[in-house]
Design a binder for this molecule. Structure first.
Ligand SMILES: *Cc1c(COP(=O)(O)O)cnc(C)c1O
Length: 480
């Protein structure tokens, strides 16, 4: 053996302990925190531990295990190069209290990401702070409040949205203290007459997703924007469906004032199971001064964190936001470039429409016509046979496919919301449509008991919501 065994107290790779070569960081454990005795944990062979975690990893379903067309969630492939870069020591071991001079490269990535998102969204300024789409919505609602307040326009207490809105929209508006006014859709789109009668001097903002949650592009967006602006209110764009429009159009062009981006959806960063994510918010010029602090700015060739913004709504997140997610989104955008992003949207829309045509052979797809990146099918025609959308979703798991989103949007009965994304090959789309057809032809009893081939069989939805078991230990206690 050429190498001697490393002592337990010496670092194996120097760089892990020295992020900045010029100023090595030494960490000394205070005496009272030092462990006095041995650790009381099971001792296992490394091979047993590896097997344990490998089996655990295989009990789950992810974008790397199979087709995952979970509508609205945009479960696309996450570039492995992004993982490698984001896990590099200089990216992952940064401390938010490091001085600006030490993290110029980090601030540069943040600044360039802000500029790229401005361009994609047709906005003038972006904050990267919010931790998710819903958090971006809440930030946007706080900006809306600050804007009206600054103009002494204090009677604006209502936020309007269509009944196709994602549940986070009303929740965010309500959390910011607004009364939520929901208007019914017409042919799956905003009903202009309903909007006209809902708008008043009490309206603070109108929230819209475009294309909406039915995958339909709201062709009246520009008209809607002028109606809302004439009423003195702001236009909020829920950007969760950006994957359909990148490089084709932008919320700015449609007349929106505030936009959130779901970096974890559109820009290929891993998500699911509650995080991590990032929901940057873009605004037009007249709202820029309200953005959260700090803002990353460039002065000459130096990047700075700026706090001197008198109109700011303050901070919405500890420190600067989810840096790891920002870095992955930056890599995604840089690797694809503008043309690449446009091609992603074109492919996502093509895939959705191709799959829709095939699925139409088995299920109804309400609201006919071309869709954007996703479509909503309905299993209501099979309800009298005892087959429900939920059963179809569960049964698909037995064939290695993830379920579509079910029972959303609420305006379609027995809804299955399918979003293939740009990553699906024609063979995958064909196999998915064929599997849906064969599953729907099965005995209803078989469907109702599915899934059979997964590590966890059908769970009780009620128990999972009311009595969630979060640890192995809790499971053991429950069983004993
Ligand atoms: C996912 C989604 C949101 C919320 O975004 P999160 O990042 O999950 O908080 C809002 N609106 C729509 C249409 C979505 O699909």
């Amino acid at each position: 053996m050429r190498y001697r065994q490393a002592r337990h107290d010496e670092p194996l790779i120097m760089d892990l302990a020295n992020i900045c070569e010029d100023e090595p960081i030494t960490i000394k454990l205070p005496e009272h925190l030092a462990r006095k005795g041995g650790l009381n944990i099971p001792t296992l062979q490394e091979s047993e531990v590896v097997r344990h975690y490998t089996v655990l990893s295989q009990m789950n379903f992810g974008v790397d295990s199979g087709f995952y067309p979970l509508g609205s969630c945009t479960m696309k492939y996450n570039l492995k190069i992004s993982e490698e870069i984001a896990n590099m020591v200089k990216a992952s071991m940064l401390h938010p209290d490091q001085p600006e001079a030490m993290i110029q490269g980090t601030l540069q990535v943040m600044h360039e990401l802000q500029e790229m998102l401005c361009e994609i969204g047709g906005m003038d300024a972006v904050t990267l702070q919010p931790a998710a789409g819903a958090h971006g919505e809440f930030t946007g609602m706080l900006i809306t409040k600050a804007y009206h307040k600054k103009r002494n326009d204090d009677q604006r207490t209502e936020v309007i949205m269509p009944d196709s809105a994602h549940g986070t929209n009303p929740a965010s508006a309500a959390m910011a203290g607004y009364d939520v006014i929901t208007i019914p859709s017409k042919d799956g789109m905003v009903n202009l007459e309903a909007l006209e009668s809902a708008l008043s001097e009490k309206t603070a903002a109108f929230m819209l997703t475009n294309p909406n949650t039915l995958g339909i592009f709201e062709t009246d967006a520009v008209k809607i924007a002028s109606m809302v602006h004439d009423a003195g209110a702001l236009m909020y764009y829920d950007g969760a469906n950006f994957n359909a429009i990148m490089g084709k159009t932008s919320p700015g062009k449609m007349g929106f004032d505030i936009v959130h981006f779901n970096l974890h959806k559109t820009f290929g960063t891993p998500h699911g199971g509650g995080g991590p994510g990032a929901g940057p918010v873009g605004v037009v010029k007249r709202l820029e001064s309200f953005l959260p602090i700090p803002v990353v700015e460039k002065e000459g060739s130096v990047f700075k964190l700026r706090y001197d913004r008198p109109d700011t709504i303050g901070k919405v997140q500890g420190y600067y936001g989810n840096w790891g997610v920002m870095l992955r989104a930056y890599i995604f955008i840089r690797l694809h470039g503008g043309d690449g992003l446009r091609q992603i949207s074109e492919r996502a829309v093509l895939n959705a429409n191709y799959l829709m045509k095939k699925v139409e052979a088995t299920m109804d797809v309400p609201y006919p016509g071309l869709k954007k990146h996703e479509f909503v099918a309905s299993a209501s025609c099979m309800k009298d046979r005892g087959i429900r959308a939920l059963h179809i979703g569960k049964r698909l798991l037995d064939f290695g496919f993830h379920s579509p989103t079910v029972y959303f949007p609420m305006l379609v009965e027995e809804a299955l919301m399918i979003e293939p994304t740009e990553n699906a090959s024609k063979a995958t789309l064909d196999a998915y449509a064929d599997t849906i057809a064969s599953v729907c032809a099965e005995e209803p009893d078989i469907l109702a008991g599915a899934p059979y081939n997964t590590s966890v069989r059908q769970i009780s939805e009620k128990e999972a919501a009311k009595n969630l078991i979060l640890s192995y230990k809790m499971m053991m206690e429950k069983e004993s």
